[in-house]
Design a protein. Structure first.
Length: 114
């Protein structure tokens, strides 16, 4: 069973930046499309960004130009650089592979507030 450990969340003012990381256990990490999801308070979880094995990326429209997903296959880690943060980015952020997904990790809380 692959385990996912997210880190890097915190409290930041609007316009600030945070860098999230997600370390995965297990083998063959490089073969999988990896994703960042988020769950805002009282709302459903949503897909924020994807990175495919070849390195191409997709983003939720509301984060395009502000967030960047990247990966380090040697470290089995996926990253999310978040710039120009807005209060509506407040959520618990999770990573996972694309369907079929592994079990979810504990997530990391991102709070954007002045």
């Amino acid at each position: 069973q692959v385990q996912l450990v997210e880190s890097g969340g915190g409290l930041v003012q609007p316009g600030g930046s945070l860098s999230l990381a997600c370390a995965a256990s297990g083998d063959r990490f490089r073969l999988f499309t990896m994703e960042w999801h988020r769950q805002p308070p009282g709302k459903s979880r949503e897909l924020v960004a994807q990175i495919f094995p070849a390195g191409n990326r997709n983003y939720l429209d509301s984060v395009k130009g502000r967030f960047t997903i990247s990966r380090d296959n040697a470290k089995k880690t996926v990253y999310l650089q978040m710039n120009s943060l807005k209060p509506e980015d407040t959520a618990v952020y999770y990573c996972n592979r694309a369907v079929p997904r592994w079990g979810w990790g504990q997530g990391t809380q991102v709070t954007v507030s002045s």
